[in-house]
Design a protein around this ligand. Structure first.
Ligand code: GLC
Ligand code: MG
Length: 240
């Protein structure tokens, strides 16, 4: 199983993406390909339908709040993976949006980035203590949440138990995939939980310093950027 972030990881260098596609060509039936993105399912579906990305087996979108099965029928046949959204019960991003309305330094992203399970903000240079205060503000409204901060500017508030990492674990379990057969790839903060999920991780060379903390035993830092780093990570781990 390959679970890879899109922006800044698989996407960013068209030549390297073409090489990834070629590598995948002969092996497509032997592996599961999963995209794990902060983007919406509709946005990822558009990239696949336009032929910019190979057809995946499943897609984790909206920062790991949604999972779709990429069934037969190509990008038009995607349907929600049964049993995933149900985990979040009545957790509502609308309540988060109300609780954080007017919170200094947080600017709500456009409505197209807001979903029932994800409240997203632009918020520059938040520190750990800012995130702690936001968490406290939510707690005062009785809301437990996971905060995901990326690229020194995006804050996503999602349900506890959501995220790219938990979603990838859910898929690996559904496919009875041992952790050592799961390769994960990323470049920014919303990939941290994916890279720290006990799978075999690779950081592409252009990964942001905010991921430095996850490099270690099961995370390899490639000297190559974007999809070239993904291919390099695949080669690195397949020898082990
Ligand atoms: C994508 C989403 C945005 C989110 C960001 C970081 O750009 O559209 O809502 O904040 O990823 O996760
Ligand atoms: Mg990225």
């Amino acid at each position: 199983m390959i679970a890879t972030d899109l922006d800044g990881t698989l996407l960013g260098d068209d030549g390297a993406l073409a090489a990834f596609r070629e590598w995948l060509g002969g092996r497509r039936e032997r592996l599961r390909l999963v995209y794990a993105s902060g983007r919406s399912a509709a946005a990822v579906r558009e990239l696949v339908a336009a032929g910019r990305l190979p057809e995946p087996d499943a897609v984790i979108t909206d920062v790991g709040t949604e999972i779709h099965v990429a069934g037969p029928g190509g990008a038009s046949g995607w349907r929600p993976w049964p049993g995933w959204l149900e985990r979040f019960g009545d957790w509502s991003a609308d309540r988060v949006r109300l609780a954080l309305a007017g919170y200094p330094g947080l600017e709500a992203q456009d409505p197209v980035h807001q979903t029932r399970r994800k409240a997203s903000y632009d918020a520059l240079q938040l520190e750990a203590r800012d995130l702690a205060s936001i968490r406290q503000a939510l707690a005062r409204h009785g809301i437990a949440a996971t905060l995901v901060y990326s690229a020194g500017r995006f804050l996503d508030v999602i349900p506890p138990g959501a995220g790219k990492g938990p979603a990838a674990r859910f898929l690996a379990e559904a496919w009875s995939m041992p952790a050592r057969d799961v390769l994960v790839f990323g470049d920014s903060g919303n990939d941290a939980d994916l890279l720290a999920s006990g799978f075999r991780g690779t950081l592409v060379a252009n990964a942001l310093p905010e991921l430095d903390a996850v490099v270690g035993g099961d995370v390899y830092r490639s000297p190559l950027t974007f999809a070239a780093g993904v291919l390099d990570g695949i080669r690195f781990w397949s020898g082990r």
